[in-house]
Unconditional design. Structure first.
Length: 401
């Protein structure tokens, strides 16, 4: 833990982590808030699913695009613009009665305007710490974000069911605004300037470590989404047991990130961490007992944050600084698409064979992640004893003859 305490003592690190977590806290609330609200006003879970799909599509498209904009127009202008539009879309869904297509359109705009806070903060990190501290910082960040997924669903479920779904959505918008302002006002956001990328959109995916992180992240989050659907299905469509199991799942990830974040990143790092996730999900598919699932998903969770930290590190180390935000945008897009596809496949198999089908789906997707990490080991940089910081941008400097 001493390495993490040293990190938090660095000027601005604790403040930036807290600010970005606050700004991103609605990410753990909004999907459930939309689900509860749209189901109430439209009297249909199918309608709610369409609105959530529109949001996810918007987020997936926006990831690399708005991240790239930060190199063209600067972090603060892009963050302010997207923050305003995203908040307005949430308030519109909450307060303005509309037909289903109207909710879908507003949700799509809200997804497209999701503030690129995660790519921004991971672009800032290399400028805040030493090269040796960067990989532990990525691990600390990946671990800390589990707070979003532990506390967010609990908060929004309580507010939406005990007060109202409208108040729940308004709360999401208010937290987004307050956290966004806090993060945008951070001096580090003003000091760090992302050079404008001279390459076309998507060219960063030619970098094999970025493509590896995007594809394995797609499979990892797809497996996690399938697991979440299976847990909910296993306990009467979201009984209190499912909430407890999912909280343990997230806490396992938090513990794993803190425990393994200091370990040097070798060429087998991603495969090993994905193997831990796969073993836990495979055990979960064997027995649908509460305590068995607690133990199995605790094991699976232990590998999640460490795997994400490795993805962030190999992405950072393989691209120029001007490309980091876009690279993280693509990694995020892969994860969003994985979440949508993983939950969709699990849903079909749950309908066909019950909750066990969802766990089998999660195990199969995670196993593909292990296989990909092994087959593409040559794409995985060896960061043992190496700097995980982005490659500096260089350009000719005119001189007088």
């Amino acid at each position: 833990m001493s390495s993490y305490l040293d990190l938090l003592k660095r000027p601005g690190v604790a403040r930036v982590i807290a600010a970005q977590l606050t700004a991103r806290f609605p990410n753990g609330m909004l999907s459930l808030a939309y689900l509860l609200h749209i189901e109430r006003v439209q009297d249909s879970y199918g309608a709610a699913g369409l609105v959530l799909a529109a949001t996810s599509i918007g987020q997936a498209v926006a990831g690399p695009l708005t991240s790239r904009w930060m190199g063209r127009w600067g972090m603060r202008p892009v963050l302010i613009l997207t923050l305003v539009v995203a908040a307005l879309s949430i308030f519109t869904v909450a307060l303005v009665p509309m037909p289903l297509w109207g909710y879908m359109l507003v949700a799509l705009v809200g997804g497209l305007s999701t503030p690129p806070i995660q790519p921004a903060v991971r672009t800032i990190y290399p400028k805040m710490v030493t090269s040796k501290q960067l990989t532990p910082l990525f691990s600390l960040d990946a671990s800390a974000q589990e707070i979003i997924w532990v506390a967010g669903p609990v908060v929004i479920t309580f507010v939406a069911t005990q007060i109202s779904t409208v108040f729940g959505l308004v709360l999401c918008g208010v937290i987004l605004i307050l956290g966004g302002i806090w993060f945008i006002a951070s001096p580090e956001v003003g000091r760090v300037r992302i050079p404008r990328s001279r390459r076309r959109l998507g060219a960063v995916l030619i970098k094999r470590p970025v493509l590896l992180a995007t594809l394995v992240g797609f499979l990892l989050i797809g497996a996690c989404s399938a697991t979440e659907a299976a847990v909910v299905a296993a306990f009467d469509h979201g009984g209190p047991e499912s909430g407890a199991i999912l909280a343990i799942f997230a806490l396992g990830s938090l513990a794993g990130g803190l425990a393994f974040g200091h370990i040097p990143v070798g060429p087998w790092a991603l495969a090993r961490r994905m193997l831990i996730v796969t073993i836990g999900m495979g055990l979960a598919a064997l027995v649908l007992d509460f305590w068995w699932l607690v133990g199995a998903l605790l094991i699976a969770g232990i590998g999640i944050a460490p795997a994400l930290a490795v993805m962030f590190a190999i992405t950072s180390s393989s691209v120029r600084f001007s490309e980091t935000a876009e690279a993280y945008g693509w990694v995020g897009t892969g994860q969003l698409i994985g979440a949508a596809i993983g939950s969709a496949i699990a849903g079909f198999l749950i309908d066909a064979s019950g909750a066990a089908g969802g766990f089998v789906t999660a195990f199969a997707i995670a196993a593909l992640g292990v296989l990909l990490a092994v087959v593409a080991k040559a794409w995985h940089p060896d960061l043992r004893g190496r700097d995980a910081s982005p490659i500096p941008d260089t350009e000719p400097v005119p001189v007088q003859s």
